[in-house]
Design a binder for this molecule. Structure first.
Ligand code: C2O
Ligand code: CU
Length: 493
């Protein structure tokens, strides 16, 4: 396991850097991570049109094949950036999946390095969950585990390709997929290995929500660029970036601060924070409200209105914005209270709108009684020379589970932290029960798989362990923290 060397001084410097970058109020900085700035001139915001990732096309009913490849793409106008992409695109293609239609996705790796693909939010068997040491190894890559690193217990090397089986016995929701390779998730996702997967079902189809071109997936992430247009990123596990890496360019669906023309009607925006470390507090300028209809794991029982949406890495918010509230010709900017612009909508024309947000959206599964309570403390441990991000004082060790919940039960998990740690559970969906000993925030509503745990906060969640037995993970979704050992296994028994 790489527990990179880190001096106490270096670490404190890192946190101070994060503090300086913060625009939030209160005792602790609102932002996690350390800023990396680009070395080339950046485009003016709101000049590049919002791209919509292509839809993946099945090769047979219930079967897809996707190839991970490098490609040169134009992200900053006038320059090219080499990406690592699913089907050579960044973001990767969007998979439109249906509840009750089991699907197999064959991922072929033609990149220079091994990968592992995790369907984030998926209720999948352990062999298809994208475990960090269940690797797809490209042709010609040494059969040995990555050079210089010891082999991990339970490591599986799948030559060239792997079939991931997704039963899709789960509610409609905005899922996403991304690389999850042991020790190298952060740099590999930064290079582009991420995309969306939308699960649809009849419950959702029956609702009069905006659809078609009025349903926009918005994958938000930050990046920095070198002078030649390539992605800028520190060397893996650089202790200076232990807090996490933030870029100075905000990309939506892979385009810098893009602009989208919309009619003066309701639009459904599926917001995903796919950043390595950056948190956002999203708002609409010159004002307006988001009507939240769904959270990470599916539709809410009833809509909830928000002026601000805090979104940490890995989280999704499914919202409706009614652009008829703005005069035709106006610009409506999606901004981040912490760092500035994200993207802009320009309301270009009136149009008929037969969509609505019903007062009752769905019947999510009920909460059940917790049969156990467990505590997971997310914290930096270690001293000068060997600091690591740990859970319950332990750096990640594959195959050494911290918990053994029983299939079909629910447990209360108490999450505590020393910094911003967006905590993600594989397999299990959960509800936030309490935040800092108080009722959860309005933005904590619904069934989730990732929760924003802020510095010195205590967050209680009720997690259900349904679907499959086997080995899964709980980890911090700040990808640099994840690569610096802030993960643990749990076994569903
Ligand atoms: Cu989206 Cu284990 O991660
Ligand atoms: Cu963390």
């Amino acid at each position: 396991m790489s527990a990179p060397p880190m001096s106490r001084r270096g670490f404190l410097g890192t946190l101070a850097g994060a503090g300086l970058a913060a625009a939030g109020c209160g005792a602790f900085p609102e932002s996690a991570g350390r800023l990396l700035t680009s070395r080339l001139p950046l485009p003016a915001p709101f000049t590049v049109p919002l791209p919509i990732p292509p839809l993946a096309r099945p090769v047979a009913p219930g079967r897809y094949e996707v190839t991970q490849r490098t490609a040169k793409v134009e992200i900053i106008p006038g320059t090219t950036t080499e990406i690592w992409g699913y089907d050579a695109t960044f973001p990767g293609p969007t998979f439109e999946l249906r509840r009750g239609d089991p699907t197999t996705i064959r991922v072929r790796n033609e990149l220079p390095e091994p990968t592992s693909t995790h369907l984030h939010g998926g209720v999948n068997p352990p062999g298809s969950d994208g475990y960090p040491t269940d690797l797809v190894v490209p042709r010609g890559h040494s059969a040995h585990p990555h050079g210089g690193h010891p082999s991990h217990p339970g490591m599986r090397l799948n030559p060239v390709a792997k079939d991931y089986h997704y039963p899709l016995d789960q509610r409609a929701a905005t899922l996403w997929y991304h690389d999850h390779r042991m020790d190298f998730t952060a740099p590999q996702v930064w290079r582009g290995l991420a995309g969306l997967a939308l699960v649809r079902d009849e419950e959702e189809d029956a609702l009069p929500l905006p659809r078609g071109e009025r349903e926009l997936p918005l994958l938000i992430c930050d990046r920095a660029f070198e002078e030649d247009g390539s992605f800028r990123y520190p060397r893996a596990h650089d202790p200076h970036y232990m807090a996490g890496v933030e870029g100075d360019v905000i990309l939506v669906n892979g385009a810098p601060w893009p602009v989208a023309e919309v009619s003066a009607t309701r639009h459904r925006l599926r917001l995903l924070n796919a950043s390595n470390a950056r948190r956002y507090r999203l708002r609409l300028a010159p004002g307006g409200r988001f009507t939240q209809i769904g959270s990470d794991a599916g539709l809410l029982a009833a809509p909830v209105a928000h002026e601000v949406i805090p979104i940490s890495p890995g989280e999704r918010y499914d919202v409706v914005v009614d652009f008829s509230a703005y005069p035709v010709g106006s610009a409506v900017t999606l901004t981040d209270e912490l760092a500035g612009d994200v993207m802009r909508f320009v309301v270009t024309r009136r149009a008929a709108d037969d969509s609505a947000v019903p007062a009752v959206l769905s019947r999510p599964p009920e909460r059940t009684r917790a049969v156990a309570m467990r505590a997971f403390d997310f914290r930096r441990t270690g001293d000068a020379g060997n600091a690591a991000w740990t859970i319950n004082g332990r750096p990640y060790r594959p195959g050494a589970p911290l918990a053994r919940p029983r299939l079909g039960t629910a447990e209360m998990w108490r999450l505590t932290s020393d910094f911003h740690h967006p905590v993600h559970l594989h397999l299990a969906h959960f509800q936030v029960l309490a935040r800092g000993g108080r009722p959860p925030s309005a933005t904590d509503a619904g069934w989730k798989d990732t929760v924003d745990v802020r510095p010195y906060e205590v967050v209680d969640v009720l997690a259900r362990f349904d679907g499959h037995r086997g080995r899964y993970m709980i980890h911090c979704h700040n990808l640099e923290h994840e690569d610096m050992a802030m993960m643990a296994d749990f076994d569903v028994v």
